[in-house]
Design a protein around this ligand. Structure first.
Ligand code: NDP
Length: 481
């Protein structure tokens, strides 16, 4: 049985009195590791370590910080295979996906922000003769980075890299469901020479240690990615102390396909945007709208493509669709399938738990599921399911599909497929979402603003947005005479 430890003050903490939580391998349903159930005492140790480290880290030059973060990036890359295997085991995602997406992106996150801080500038204003204003940007102090289970190391590093690069000390809280790669990161930080106390990683329950972390008076800012309901709780805890918050929350993203789109590309991408990572990506499209003229053909072809997905053990090189992250999540997704049936939906494919054999017989496998005949405003089409359950609906005009797309409380992303410039411009202008992909999906440039509108979040991450979030501006006005 593997044992996970908190990483505090530059070392793994073994406390004999620590209680542990079971960590399950979704592929088999077996407990394979024990995760510390951190307490307020652990949090105080982490705060103390971060407080001691802040004067050292924040006073380093950008180049010094950059060099250490580049080493972290290089060391993750050198250990890519080990990280990918651990991520796949912890989450149930196919090893090929962890190898191709999760770990390379974690490498890039550190590389991107380590170099971004070497190219920033702050404004200066010549106000009138003899008066000049300039802006200083200072790190905030100790900040909290809280991440979810779907892209564990990818999203954890997406927060801690800019926080550290900007000169802050960090207390990170990965999801208790998928703690393993964050645990491995501690060793990498030691090897890279990150000064002790600069990054502290606390494991445990969100509602317990996560909430204590958010509410701690020494925490100046909270960068959170997770569910909308949890985001509201984080905001409630942070507001009385006027902390800065960045909230990246849930989604119910539309995939909109017009008859004039490149059909093969749209079809291929619809499979990816619906079922990558078993549909557990906040950017996955869960409502597919197809122009009526091609609806029946698309539906038939889409079902055929879904049948071809290789469902299997996450550690099998050929697997394209692995296990759901946990039993409670599997049960939640299955409840939505029952709801869809009750609302009059027709299950076109999937809709049930897959019973595997041998070591995987207790694993959490759910067939990729496609549903039709549901109205746009039913609960199945309005609430986030966050699994491989997708609905398909016809539409006739761009105005009609815009109304369907915008009808949900979420506003994270949309993927639009058309060869008509006017149609794409119209939807780009009017979709109430933070990210619109035209004729593509999940094509990311780390410099762009990333985040959602409405109940999908507050603030933006990425490039300058992250660096601005993790620093405080101070205006200096000088009169020369
Ligand atoms: P949760 O909201 O349950 O948890 C997210 C993180 O917050 C976890 O580390 C969790 O810990 C912690 N947490 C839980 N309760 C609290 C609390 N009261 N105070 C502080 N921290 C807390 O989300 P999931 O992990 O279930 O992730 C899935 C959700 O994340 C989906 O809604 C998805 O859309 C969203 N998401 C959004 C993204 C975006 O960029 N907009 C990207 C990826 C996912 P623990 O796990 O231990 O409970």
């Amino acid at each position: 049985m593997e044992r996970i430890f908190n990483f505090i003050d530059g070392q793994y903490m073994y406390l004999p009195e620590c209680k542990y939580l079971d960590n399950y391998a979704p592929a088999t349903g077996e407990i394979y590791a024990l995760t510390p159930d951190s307490t307020e005492e652990d949090l105080e140790l982490a705060i103390q370590a971060a407080e001691n480290a802040f004067p050292i880290w924040s006073k380093m030059t950008s180049i010094e910080r950059s060099n250490i973060l580049l080493k972290i990036s290089a060391l993750i890359e050198q250990n890519l295979e080990e990280f990918a295997k651990a991520e796949s085991k912890d989450t149930g995602k196919p090893i090929s996906l962890a190898r191709k997406m999760d770990i390379p992106r974690s490498v890039e996150n550190f590389k991107f922000f380590a170099t971004a801080i070497l190219h920033t500038h702050t404004p200066a204003h010549a106000t009138e003769f003899g008066v000049i204003n300039y802006t200083l940007r200072k790190p905030l102090g100790i900040v909290a980075c809280i991440s979810p289970w779907n892209l564990p190391l990818y999203l954890f590093t997406w927060k801690i890299a800019p926080a550290l690069a900007s000169g802050n000390c960090v207390i990170g809280k990965p999801s208790e469901v998928t703690p393993f790669t964050a645990y491995m990161l501690g060793k990498i930080c030691q090897e890279a020479g990150l000064p002790k106390g600069v990054l502290n990683i606390l494991h445990g329950q969100g509602g317990k240690i996560g909430a204590k972390l958010v509410a701690h008076p020494k925490i100046k800012a909270v960068s959170f990615t997770g569910g909308t309901q949890t985001g509201a709780e984080v905001a409630r805890l942070a507001a009385p102390q006027f902390k800065k918050i960045s909230l990246e929350l849930g989604g119910k993203n539309p995939t909109i396909i017009f008859a004039d789109a490149n059909y093969e590309k749209a079809l291929e991408n619809a499979v990816k945007s619906s079922f990558t990572n078993q549909g557990q990506i906040c950017l996955c499209g869960s409502r597919i709208f197809i122009e009526k003229k091609i609806y029946e053909k698309f539906k038939t072809d889409f079902i055929e493509k879904i049948k071809l997905l290789k469902i299997g053990l996450p550690n099998d090189e050929n697997t394209e669709f692995g296990a759901v992250v946990s039993l409670p999540h599997l049960q939640k997704v299955m409840t939505y399938i029952e709801l869809a049936k009750a609302e009059g939906g027709t299950i076109l494919i999937g809709g049930e738990r897959i019973k595997m054999e041998n070591e995987a017989k207790n694993g959490y496998y759910l067939a990729p599921t496609l549903i039709e005949n549901l109205p746009f405003d039913c609960r199945t089409n309005q609430e986030e399911i966050f699994g491989a359950v997708v609905t398909i609906m016809p539409f006739e005009t761009k105005e009609e599909v815009l109304m369907y797309a915008n009808s949900v409380k979420y506003g994270l992303s949309a993927s639009v497929w058309t060869s008509n410039l006017e149609t794409s411009n119209f939807l780009a202008q009017h979709l109430d979402v933070g990210i619109v992909w035209i004729n593509t999906w999940l094509l990311r440039d780390l410099r762009t603003s990333f985040g959602g509108m409405k109940h999908s979040g507050v603030g933006r991450e990425g490039g300058q947005d992250s660096l601005l979030f993790f620093t405080e501006p101070k205006n200096i006005c000088i009169k020369m005479d």
